[in-house]
Design a binder for this molecule. Sequence first.
Ligand code: ATP
Length: 238
Amino acid sequence: MSLELRDIDFSHPGTGPGPGKLLDGVHLVVRAGEITGLGAPSGAGKSTLLRIAALMKPADSGSVLISGQAFFPGSSVPVAARQSVGVVLQSPRTSADPRLRLDSLISAPLAFRDRAVRPRPQRYAQRLAELAELVHLEPALLRRYPHQVSDGQLQRAMLARALALEPAVLLCDEPTAQLDPGTTASILGVLAGHAAAGAAVLVASHDYTALASVAHTMVELAQINGAPKDQTGRSRAS
Ligand SMILES: Nc1ncnc2c1ncn2[C@@H]1O[C@H](COP(=O)(O)OP(=O)(O)OP(=O)(O)O)[C@@H](O)[C@H]1O
């Protein structure tokens, strides 16, 4: 599976078109089996681009191709396509449901896949244990609510949730922003392992050095002031 963004344009309502345009003709290809690192100055639109790539937000124009299947603004998105994309959003506090314990949060995609009315973590105990180990989350933390864990622990739980269905496309927005260097390295290792298993992985981060250590390709989303915005590819740092 690969991910491709073609000619993506986007303006937030009330800010464009024209100088207020945020994304202008953005092209990006993430190949199966590889990590693409996405850098951008703050406010350049990387989180917006990741949401568009995750089919969570429609672009104004352009298309998102997931394994060759094209989605346009206004396209309906089949459940299977949605489930083939795992997403870790930038802010775990706003993306995690505060009413759910971490075990329920992580097993929610499994329950959704099984059409369960509510997440039953005990049903997924083995998978939960595997996922917790993968992201270095102590098993005892799984019984806590989001307000009872640190930002870094919650971000790792959201990564475990994104990996629960072994998505063919994984999109991560600042997945290591809250982590110490050792945990950062191990989480980047988890992302590298997921790519090595065949997934297309896109990671946005301001920590270029850490990201470049695992990325096959680094791209940069330039800040624009009404000028066209390009994707520029740079080779992996050796
Ligand atoms: N709902 C909105 N309405 C208008 N402008 C918005 C809205 N949401 C975000 N923006 C603006 O769009 C721009 C891009 O936001 P986005 O969150 O994609 O940036 P980012 O590149 O991820 O930034 P950072 O690296 O600081 O997280 C920002 O200038 C932001 O202020």
